[in-house]
Design a protein around this ligand. Structure first.
Ligand code: PLP
Length: 363
């Protein structure tokens, strides 16, 4: 899945051509970004340009800092509590757990303070508990949620209301797939490898008044204040991944920005959900209609819990047509169509055609 994300990102032809041209000789300076010093003025220009593109594409207000860090989304599961749980004396944090990734984040945060899940535990991750039923703690240091649960295909199409408590969101798998009002958040983080580049770099967007509250145990590389003061260069950053992100952000900008990405992603996901809805139960998506993800469409083939033989046949047939990585995450089984920014409308139509053909043959 992750490898597919990586390759999907670089099939953005401009990105590929640009990276290829510059692979051995960046900007005519005789070295590649792969070997360039992260303290060089050339790399400085790259990281600054990446930041300003991101600021432009997401309309990031001036009182927010942007960081490019290592450690992935999982690193942020630790960095968030290490930096923010000490914002208030009680060291409490509220978590909304709607899938694997928010569950993992909540478990990690328990190491650093009191973590409360604000709704009854769910038997399956197929919906977002009704916001009016959340028991939010006004003394919590922050409220955390995962905006798109990549494994389960549950996506928030609204921003949670927290009555003034700092809101933190993991946007690893829907970052820049749509516009976002950054001013509603205390912190947003996202690994680059789904929608904005390749593995290795994680973006953190943090409101500046939240800096400087890290627990004393916080590893220095995860300390947002230190990294802000050093322009993400406290230690060697993932230079090449930042450079690739720069190219992908240019591609997004040249293709209409976050508004255009949203339009396209709505269109693409509707194409697949329409096939599922019209299949009379042959394809089954377990997720509530209101929170179905535009990025990851999970579905079973043949019946509600999937027919093993048909699912294998479906994957084999897809693979023969060059459609790979459609197998769902091992923890949920079935299929998962990931429709990140780099997947085209034509790619999506090809999958929908195949699904309709398969249905005709096997229903
Ligand atoms: N959060 C979400 C929503 C993810 O989809 C993933 C990985 O797929 C992660 C966090 C973990 O990211 P990483 O593997 O970069 O640590």
């Amino acid at each position: 899945h992750v490898y597919l994300n990586f390759w999907l990102a670089i099939i953005c032809i401009l990105v590929l051509l640009q990276a290829q041209k510059e692979l051995l000789d960046y900007n005519g300076i005789g070295v590649s970004v792969l070997e360039m010093s992260h303290r060089s003025s050339d790399f400085n220009k790259i990281i600054n340009k990446t930041e300003s593109l991101l600021r432009e594409l997401l309309n990031i207000p001036d009182n927010y800092k942007v960081l490019f860090l290592q450690g992935g989304g999982s690193g942020q599961f630790s960095a968030v509590p290490l930096n923010l749980i000490g914002l208030k004396e009680d060291r409490c944090a509220d978590y909304i757990v709607t899938g694997t990734w928010s569950a993992k984040a909540a478990k990690e945060a328990e190491k650093y303070g009191k973590v409360r899940v604000v709704h009854p535990k769910m038997d399956s991750y197929t919906k977002i508990p009704e916001p009016s039923s959340w028991t939010l703690n006004p003394s919590a240091s922050y409220v955390y949620y995962c905006c798109n649960e990549t494994v389960h295909g549950v996506e928030y199409h609204f921003t949670p209301e927290t009555n003034g408590v700092v809101l933190v969101s993991d946007m690893s798998s829907n970052f820049l797939s749509r516009p976002v009002d950054v001013s509603k958040f205390g912190l947003i983080f996202a690994g680059a490898q789904k929608n904005v580049g390749c593995a290795g770099v994680t973006v953190v967007i943090v409101r500046e008044d939240l800096l400087g509250h890290a627990l004393k145990e916080c590893p220095i590389v995860l300390d947002y204040k230190v990294q802000v003061e050093m322009n993400s260069l406290y230690n060697t950053p993932p230079c090449f991944s930042i450079y690739i992100m720069n190219l992908v952000l240019e591609w997004i900008k040249n293709n209409g920005g976050s508004v255009a990405m949203e339009k396209l992603n709505k269109q693409k996901s509707s194409i697949i959900y329409d096939v599922i809805n019209a299949s009379n139960g042959f394809y089954v998506c377990p997720v509530d209609t209101a929170c179905r993800s535009r990025m990851n469409v999970p579905f079973r083939v043949g019946k509600k819990d999937g027919d093993d033989t048909l699912e294998k046949k479906f994957l084999d047939g897809a693979s023969k047509l060059g459609m790979i990585s459609l197998k769902g995450h091992r923890s949920v089984g079935g299929m998962r169509a990931s429709l990140y920014n780099a997947v085209t409308l034509e790619d999506t139509e090809a999958l929908a055609d195949y699904m309709r053909e398969f249905l005709k043959e096997h229903q």
